[in-house]
Design a protein around this ligand. Sequence first.
Ligand code: KG4
Ligand code: ZN
Length: 341
Amino acid sequence: MLVLGLETSCDETGVALYDSERGLLADALFSQIDLHRAYGGVVPELASRDHVKRMLPLIRQVLAESGCAPGEIDAIAYTAGPGLVGALLVGASCAQALAFAWGVPALGVHHMEGHLLAPMLEEQPPEFPFVALLVSGGHTQLVRVDGIGRYQLLGESLDDAAGEAFDKTAKLIGLGYPGGPEIARLAESGTPGRFVFPRPMTDRPGLDFSFSGLKTFALNTWQQCRSTGDDGEQTRCDIALAFQQAVVETLTIKCRRALKQTGLKRLVIAGGVSANQALRQSLEKMLAELNGKVFYARPAFCTDNGAMIAYAGCQRLQAGQHEGPSIKVQARWPMEQLPAL
Ligand code: KG4
Ligand code: ZN
């Protein structure tokens, strides 16, 4: 089955062609980072308008790159939520219009299920069951995964998502958008031990997270330094390192706990923050101690992309799921509501 996947939930237009027999045939992305940078974050209306501009050229591009004709496409998968409603509507309308024109079924895909399954596109995909740590700009969740659509939420952030904490902290110390890659870059030159940030909610039981206190801690540290004239690049690097270490260690402690609680030894990390090298190294080390294994996607498939939507959609479409010609998206959509395959 050849599936066209469309992703437009936030600030990236992603398009891909995935074939159940031949694998990923083509994948194209347009990132709106430059468009939103001047505002220090995503401006929803600008995002929607830009998706409209990019979508058809990107579809033409993946068709050309794969050598496929539109007539060969068996179905269309698009991100139906969670995300920015205006942005989601662009992908949904485009998918439904093409599905109608080409006489093929369409299916709305859950964005976080897309992230969760992205490591399946790699050479050594994880087997079910596993624990998944989903860390994106909008979500931080620990999930027990027994199969596609068989998700049990173990814990989640009570306030900021991990990526959101990276982005907000970066902004507070004067770094660019998106903050995750910026903080990771500066942290490389940070002085270990100069600042020590708290590891929120690790001293009590449970698998929930809270990251909003860390950004306040970073702001206070930065303001204290500035008040003594210590506001140079090195101080930013030192704060970036202390912040990153706090997030990474907190996530590692909770992942270890989730693995212990479930008795599982496979951990999947997915979403934009799973591109973070320090997080990967910390989790690799922990899983090595447990004789387990950590799985993640290539960096380009950790952040938003069309390939993960084409893949996730293909699994569900092959199982016979599809929907009628109505255009429906959801800004909020708990993943546990998805039907099991
Ligand atoms: O999954 P994603 O592309 O979009 C959402 O679904 O939200 O995640 C974007 C988030 C942003 O908050 C960004 O700062 C963060 O992922 N991010 C990173 C890194 N690369 C992206 N955070 C930490 N380290 C990175 N290398
Ligand atoms: Zn995402």
